[in-house]
Design a protein around this ligand. Structure first.
Ligand code: SIN
Ligand code: MN
Length: 290
């Protein structure tokens, strides 16, 4: 799938593109139905909310669940990212965020590239976030919020927050967020929150400032977040475990467009559990061969 010139310009200006209903109800159901079994697993790849059993985020499902392995190779998801970068991409990170009814906690204001730079030593911001809704998203269940155009600030100073939620994050302070929102239009469009049916997709720039509130509604807000990195821009350090920041830099090979509906064979190397090697970390830079 290719982007139009108007979409490219809009992405440059706003830092995101929203595709409501991008995947059909039938396609989305193949994914949604696989989530409860994944969330029930007692593995390191399930991070639970602080003081609760609800899953905040599940990592690396594309390596242990066939439906998600097919999504990771979907041309309607990967195609536009390759088109924007004009380069092949690999999977840097794969999350299924719960934001479960009544229990889903906040994600503080942050840029993802801040983490990828500080922790993983990813050389540049040539990596893209893709969000795919597995539940309908409304104003009630903690929609993702963006500050439009904030990606144009580049990498912003951030603090490593280890205490607010169960997941460490490089977060941006409130004074700077107020300035960015003001510059983006204040009460008139300085914050946006794309809402839509399950199956909707958002592409957003790795420097776009984003956050989400807690979910006090009785409606889950499960969403997949995939981070695709241009292959030449792969990370240079394995400080985080492999189930969080991936180490296989080979380009994604696309499946046909109907891959969520038909059982195309896919490799799921972690189907029997997390290998011990995926927990190993190092502060040494990796060797890069030209
Ligand atoms: C994220 O920023 O990675 C997740 C945000 C959310 O799930 O709302
Ligand atoms: Mn994020």
């Amino acid at each position: 799938m290719k982007l139009t010139e108007a979409q490219r310009l809009q992405f440059e200006q706003d830092g995101y593109l929203f595709f409501p209903g991008h995947f059909s109800a039938e396609e989305t159901r193949m994914l949604t139905e696989a989530v409860p079994a994944l969330y029930a697993e007692r593995e390191a790849w399930n991070v639970r909310e602080k003081g609760s059993d609800a899953v905040r985020t599940n990592f690396a499902a594309h390596l242990h669940s066939e439906p998600f392995a097919r999504l990771a190779r979907h041309p309607r998801m990967v195609g536009p990212v390759m088109d924007l970068f004009d380069e092949q991409v690999y999977m840097h990170q794969f999350k299924i965020n719960g934001k479960m009814a009544f229990e889903g906690d906040v994600w503080q204001w942050h840029q993802d590239y801040g983490t990828w730079l500080n922790d993983d030593q990813m050389p540049t911001e040539r990596a893209m976030n893709v969000a795919i809704f597995l539940d309908d998203v409304s104003e009630f269940n903690g929609p993702l919020m963006f500050i439009p155009g904030s990606h144009r600030k580049g990498v912003i100073n951030a603090q490593h927050d280890l205490t607010t939620t169960s997941y460490p994050l490089w977060t941006i302070d409130n004074a700077l967020i107020s300035q960015l929102v003001d510059r983006a239009g204040g009460r008139n469009g300085g914050i946006v929150a794309p809402k839509g049916p399950a199956g909707s997709m958002i592409l957003f720039h790795s420097c776009l400032v984003h956050a989400s509130g807690s979910n006090l509604s009785p409606f889950n807000r499960v969403a997949v977040y995939l981070s695709l990195c241009a292959v030449g821009n792969h990370i240079r350090r394995f400080k985080r475990p492999e189930y969080i920041a991936h180490r296989d830099f080979s380009p994604i090979e696309l499946l046909p467009d109907d891959c969520l509906l038909k059982p195309y064979p896919v490799d799921v190397p972690w189907k029997n559990g997390l290998p011990e090697s995926a927990l190993r970390t190092s502060l040494e830079p990796i060797e890069v061969t030209a």
